[in-house]
Design a protein around this ligand. Structure first.
Ligand SMILES: [Cu+2]
Length: 297
């Protein structure tokens, strides 16, 4: 056991040689920022999971349906304005009921809802039926930062917005901190000092809870969002297909600094993840790798 501890310690030390500064466990080189809002953007952030692609498809489908309904109703109203005004139709008909028409306008909306449901329910079920995860992470919402736990390795760390020290204001010092952490000025309010790190192409299950009030954990590019309720353990899952940095923000109004508890997820290669994990176990005093994992290296 001592030998193994030594081994993972060595790995962490080696990893440390290639990185610099205090945040050894967090420096993962130049990852591209993919999941972030863009100035003037109107669409969604790029989808990097099947769940997000499903949601985008559903949104597109609903837009077609809504557009068709709006066109139909607008055309009907136009027809009524032209054909049934006092000038062109001085003597209006006085009948009240039309059974076939009433049957049609009852059945057609039901059919539309069934069509929508047949597409939306499978999407919802796919999100809510949690698969067996390769990695489990616990995300804990606090006023006003997130804590993350990697239960398999028994370590926990906090994740604060860069700039929280400066009372959430964008000062020159905060810009310097952002740049030092590999971000840009425009990532203020999104970038955090530590990030959730996950390997690419693996199923990640995130257990979501909170310590004080209700928060909500989300990464738009993954198509996931889950309320963090104190005393309850909710779950979400994702499988990110592209390496990069992804941002999210607490999505449940949780108090005065609700806007200042963003979420940063770094999706990295399996090797980089292993290296980060060794560093994180070292830095956060987690449980060293088991014999199996160590000998499989
Ligand atoms: Cu919150």
């Amino acid at each position: 056991m001592r030998l193994l501890t030594l081994k993972s310690g060595l790995a962490a030390a080696l990893a440390g040689m290639f990185t610099a500064g205090a945040a050894i466990a967090q420096d993962l080189g130049n990852l591209e920022v993919i999941g972030a809002p863009k100035h003037g953007g109107v669409g969604f952030q790029p989808a990097v999971t099947e769940l997000a692609r499903d949601i985008h498809f559903l949104d597109g489908l609903l837009n077609y349906i809504i557009f068709a309904i709006v066109l139909f109703v607008a055309a009907l109203m136009g027809y009524v304005f032209l054909r049934h005004n006092r000038k062109s139709n001085a003597e209006p008909a006085r009948f009240t009921h039309n059974s076939p028409l009433e049957v049609v306008w009852t059945i057609v909306p039901i059919v539309i809802l069934i069509v929508i449901g047949s597409f939306s329910l499978p999407v919802l079920f796919k999100q809510q039926i949690i698969p067996e995860g390769d990695i489990t992470i616990k995300a804990i919402g606090n006023q006003w930062y997130w804590s993350y736990e990697y239960p398999d390795h028994e370590f926990t760390f906090d994740s604060y917005m860069i700039g929280q020290d400066a009372e959430n204001k964008l000062t020159d010092e905060v810009v310097a901190q952002l740049e030092e952490a590999g971000y840009e000025k425009e990532h203020f309010l999104l970038a955090t000092d530590t990030a959730v790190v996950v390997p690419v192409g693996k199923t990640v299950v995130v257990q979501v809870t909170a310590t004080d009030v209700i928060h909500s954990w989300t990464i738009p590019a993954f198509g996931v969002k889950q309320d963090a309720v104190p005393g309850r353990l909710a779950e979400l899952w994702f499988n990110a297909e592209e390496e990069g940095v992804y941002f999210g923000q607490c999505s449940e109004l949780c108090g005065i600094a609700h806007a200042y508890m963003p979420i940063t997820v770094k999706v990295v290669s399996q090797e980089a993840y292993e290296q980060w994990l060794d560093g994180a176990i070292e830095e956060y005093a987690g449980k060293p790798r088991t014999l199996n994992l160590a000998s499989a290296e």
